[in-house]
Structure formats: structure tokens, C-alpha cells
Write a protein that binds this ligand. Structure first.
Ligand code: SAM
Length: 257
């Protein structure tokens, strides 16, 4: 009998420890099915056998399912709220800040927060932890080379101050790069950092099932310091934040109660 999607996700978990069953099935299955047929395989089992032996194919598969789209200062209005209200409030309460950019993809988000923070702190006092499940995205983040279009929402003064142009690409300044510590981290499996004053986790929760989201919000609540803030993505407002001991303080910003 040929494999079901469920059989495939279990096998992928054994091979990679990535839990595809925590991602919304309709969306993920559609993506995987289309990838399989584009790669000229007919069934899950046949494709899985190839993934077991072909490292390159496995890397392409992981890269494809993780969806790395990002940009600097994505949804700029929300970054302005962060700059004008949230950061000053956090500094008043805590002084130095521990910041975690979770699912940071190719680095645009943690680098954006460093550029914003240098308006409040000397650069050497800034440290941002940035994590992602995708090792290739982390490699690109550390490389720090970007297409112009990923900078379209970033304030002009940050671009002129912190980027140099190399042919068609924009290279982020080492002074910003050095303030970010990139780590491999699976939100579904790995322990979370603790005592964070600000957690930025945007545009990844949309891919998870309700059950997985519930667990993750609990963990984010635990990872925050008292009065710490969780900053979520544009379509990721939390319906009942108090369930996770969180309180909405601005649209897309939740404070630990
Ligand atoms: C669409 S990008 C969002 C990037 C950035 N946060 C932003 O909003 O621009 C989603 C990121 O989530 C990461 N991701 C997916 N599943 C993950 C998991 N289980 N744990 C950690 N990161 C994950 C992907 O590798 C990808 O880099």
C-alpha cells in the first residue's frame, strides 16, 4: 500500500527530528506534494527513500518547507510602535535588555532590532539572540548580504549608516552583525531562552496547528521576564492572550502579566 501524508511526516521526523505534524496540514501537504511532483517523484515513499540517501535533495527539501521570506523593518508601522513606545517602556523598567528574535530566518529581523536599539544604547551594550530551524538561513544571515528590495521599508538613515553596496547587493556593517548571536533552534522541540525582555516572533506561528500554537505561546510566556513583551506578526494576533498570562498592550504587542 502506498504511503499516506501521515506516514511521510513520521518518517521525516525520524530522519530529521522536524515535526511536520505540528504545521497546518493543508498548506504543508500542498507544498510538499507540489515539490515532489516537480522533482519527478510519484509517491511519498519513493521521495523519502531519495531524501535518505541524497543529502542535497534533503537540504533542498528542508529549505523549501521552512519558507524563509523576510525583510528589514517588515510592517514599518509596528517597528515605529516598538521604537516609540515599547523599547522606552522596557528600558525604563529593566535598563539593559535581553532580546530574542525567534524564527529569524536570514537575519533581517534581528539586524533591524539592533539598528533600532543603537538609538538607545551604545552598540557594545546591545546583544540579540537570533534563532531559526533552518541552518542555511542562519548561514545567509551570518553572511549579511541582501537584495535592495529587502531594505525597502528600512529607514533611509539606517541604510546609509549601516550598509555598503557591493555590486547589486547590500552588505550589513560588522558593527551591527557583531551584536547578534545566531543559533540553531527548533521552536517545537528545543528549550527556550529565559528572562527575555523582548521576544520577536513573527510570521512563523501562522504555519503551525492550533495545538502547536497553544503550546508555543505558553512557552513564550515562560521565556519572558516579568513585564517582558512578545512582538508578533501582522496576521498573528493572539485571540485569548490571558490564557497564556499575556496581555495586549498595543496591536501585535503582548506583555507578560
Ligand atoms: C516567513 S519566515 C519569518 C522571518 C521573520 N521572522 C520575519 O517575520 O520576517 C519563517 C521562518 O520560520 C522558520 N521556522 C519554521 N519552522 C520553525 C521551527 N519549528 N522552529 C524555528 N524556526 C522555524 C523558518 O526557517 C523561517 O526562517
Amino acid at each position: 500500500m502506498s504511503w499516506t501524508y501521515d506516514d511521510f511526516t513520521k518518517a521525516v521526523f525520524n530522519l530529521t527530528k522536524i515535526d511536520l505534524s505540528s504545521y497546518k496540514e493543508r498548506q504543508m501537504k500542498r507544498r510538499i506534494d507540489s515539490l515532489i511532483s516537480r522533482n519527478n517523484f510519484r509517491q511519498y515513499e519513493e521521495y523519502y527513500k531519495a531524501l535518505q540517501t541524497d543529502k542535497d535533495l534533503l537540504e533542498k527539501f528542508l529549505n523549501y518547507i521552512t519558507i524563509n521570506v523576510s525583510e528589514f523593518y517588515r510592517n514599518p508601522g509596528q517597528w515605529e510602535v516598538l521604537r516609540e513606545h515599547i523599547i522606552p517602556m522596557l528600558i525604563e523598567k529593566h535598563g539593559k535588555l535581553k532580546i530574542w528574535s525567534a524564527a529569524s530566518s536570514t537575519g533581517e529581523e534581528p539586524y533591524s532590532v539592533v539598528m533600532l536599539l543603537q538609538e538607545f544604547f551604545p552598540l557594545e551594550d546591545i546583544k540579540v539572540i537570533a534563532t531559526d530551524i533552518d541552518k542555511e538561513a542562519i548561514r545567509k544571515a551570518k553572511e549579511g548580504l541582501y537584495l535592495e528590495k529587502s531594505l525597502q521599508s528600512l529607514p533611509r538613515e539606517y541604510i546609509s549608516k549601516f550598509f555598503t553596496v557591493e555590486e547589486e547587493l547590500f552588505r550589513i556593517d560588522d558593527r551591527i552583525k557583531e551584536r547578534v548571536e545566531f543559533r540553531h533552534h527548533d521552536l517545537l522541540m528545543d528549550p527556550y531562552p529565559n528572562n527575555c525582555h523582548l521576544i520577536i516572533c513573527r510570521n512563523v506561528m501562522i504555519y503551525f496547528t492550533e495545538e502547536a500554537k497553544n503550546k508555543l505561546y505558553v512557552k513564550f510566556g515562560e521565556a519572558l521576564a516579568d513585564d517582558g513583551v512578545l512582538f508578533v506578526g501582522n496576521t498573528e494576533q493572539i485571540i485569548f492572550p490571558h490564557k497564556y498570562k499575556l496581555k495586549s498592550i498595543r496591536t501585535f504587542f503582548y506583555k507578560k502579566m
